[in-house]
Design a binder for this molecule. Sequence first.
Ligand code: ADP
Ligand code: MG
Length: 438
Amino acid sequence: MLDSIWLEARRHLRAGLLEKDYETWIEPLRPAHWAPGELTLEAPSGFFRDWLRRHFLAALEQAVARASGGPATVTLVVNRSLDVPTARVPNGARPLPEAIAAPAGRYTFDTFVVGTSNQVAQGAARAVVAQPGARFNPLFLYGGVGLGKTHLLYAVAHALTQDGRHGAVATLSAENFVNEMIGALRGDRMDRFRRRFRGIGTLIVDDVQFLAGKMRSQEEFYHTFNALHDGRKQIVLASDRPPHEIPGLEETLRNRFAAGLMADVKAPDPALRLALLRQKASALGLTLDTPVQTYIADNWCANVRVLEGALTRLEAFANLSGRTVDLALVREVLGLTPSAPGARATLERIIGEVCHHFHLSRSEIASGRRTARVALPRQLAMYLCRQHTDLPLTRIGAELGGRDHSTVVHALSAIERRLAKDAALRKAVSELQERLGA
Ligand code: ADP
Ligand code: MG
């Protein structure tokens, strides 16, 4: 009876919760006792139990009620031996972190162009390489999308790996960390997971904002962090915002992140834009005369990835058409039109507000990911940018996942159609507009 009720309740929970939530919070539970109308479940830690109580108790009780055909209460108790849950072992689970390697070559200090907006971050990264674990620990880099944070992380990883004296370097995204941890939890491999991370010499984690709201992962990350930090191992982190602005990040972790050196990477100033443009163009074998360089540097938005994409297109177009790269061609290919001074700031704010509203990170909304969680907010951001800025659609698309003109057009009409029938979306839009002062 106990098992069959839990089995059935889990089925309802699985259908009703996000998959990640289900895997993280429901899978590890074990049914301990059933008396009519009352199910006792075991959770692996006090932290885990409290989190369940706060966030999933209602869902649990509802599911058990449905499964048992009558009202039900759920009691949560701690069973520490459960830390290794009973769930099935998914086969072919990936080993870690030996398997994590930085993409060789491209992202090194040599290819990183330094200017006033990034020199502190770059200097700190170099200092870390010179004396890992000694001074800036952790080093926490933060800043907007496409400004070189990941580049710097990989540069550190590359240099320390080359050096070889400081043990293995594990480089991964916070998302990987979370997924691996979930895999280890389910597959009964938590011990191994921990041992592995604790045996490394340097830990480099990108996009730590992804830990927002993921308490179980944060707890695990906290232990890993402390073990390494206590052993004077270097830790380097990057995020799209500073620790105190990451919502749903535990105070303890926030403080740990902020306890070393925090360095922000800002949008490039005109001099750096020009230097970046020259470096990227020459890497592509693209020759640009001075007026063209100035024009692009003045008009292109801050994101270096967008610049790279634009230059690649320009190079391809010039090659295929056999035309020389003059201003007319640049305007045609890049669709760069000077925007009103306020437009960029508005776009930044819109993206910020939409991310905040939907609990997404900037890197998620700007990523190419197409999952529903990201896709609708991204479309909505496009819609709001269209309404509140005079930026061309190509620019809006470039800022939001590198989407082309037609994707943005599609997004706009998709949102309009949805607004007609979706009251929740209408409410979201009006809240967002209110916050934007629109
Ligand atoms: P972030 O992680 O901050 O979103 P990335 O590190 O992924 O940004 O950078 C986006 C692209 O721009 C990468 O291809 C990177 O090499 C390039 N880039 C960013 N900043 C610089 C820089 N200062 N010098 C050279 N390339 C840069
Ligand atoms: Mg990045």
